[in-house]
Design a protein around this ligand. Sequence first.
Ligand SMILES: [Fe+2]
Length: 308
Amino acid sequence: MSDPAIAVATQQILMAAQHPEQQPVVKTFFDEKTFTASHVVHDPQTLIAAVIDSVLDYDPASGRIKYDSAQKIVDYVRAEKLQVAWQLETHAHADHLSAAPWLQEQLGGKLGIGANIVEVQKVFGKIFNADTRFARDGSQFDHLFVDGEQFKLGNLNAIALHVPGHTPADMAFIIGDAAFIGDTLFMPDYGTARADFPGGDARMLYRSIRRLLSLPAETRLFLCHDYKAPHRDTYAWETTVGAERAHNVHVHEGVSEDDFVNMRTSRDATLALPNLIMPSVQVNIRGGHMPEPEDNGTSYIKIPINKL
Ligand SMILES: [Fe+2]
């Protein structure tokens, strides 16, 4: 589909979502260790649900994983009698491990991510010198979403938009009147996602953000992270297109592409890498599965020296 056709399809979904029966219920689970907001979104008519950007608890010192965060999602889904159709990832995260495979075992649902994950797999497959058992074709996922792909969540209309920049594979999932925009925009008082990971691009991020900000002002936006902002002491993960346009400290209306790129690039140069980037990337490019076990049956996380 062409860009204008995608814009029309998106507008139609958001227009239809003015009716309350096209408005999903969203429950968010916030992980304070990684500042990640995982969302469970469902159609109140059919109780069909999607889990977006789940978190697997990982202790880097011991190499131990736990399912406490993911269990909270399981408990909620069971208590609300939801039927999970999708486990969605907005992108291959660099700051937390995905719990999607474990949640699939508990709750079902197809694992979906953006089709450009193959580019991320190629880049990081090389950095981590993965052997040929690591397929760089997205086959670890059940479904690869392309830009403008429409789908249903129960009776709710939904569309996937490709919003690269933070990584080459970022997607935004618009479900009814709610857009799950991953790491593009953060809360208006905090700004935007970094664009300096391998394959990231600040100019591309600006264009993706402008695309999101062209949605109707009342569109609900659900973010993947929050770090609080100066003068704010509670976490927040929901805002609107209108609020971002008016107040986003990095990219409000009137900020030019070049100004944004200069700001983003110089700010990124000052940022340390996320604590969990090494394990996160190795696991998340495998759809949340641990690297292939060695001949003793154990999976290992590698740390390349002087590569990132
Ligand atoms: Fe991210």
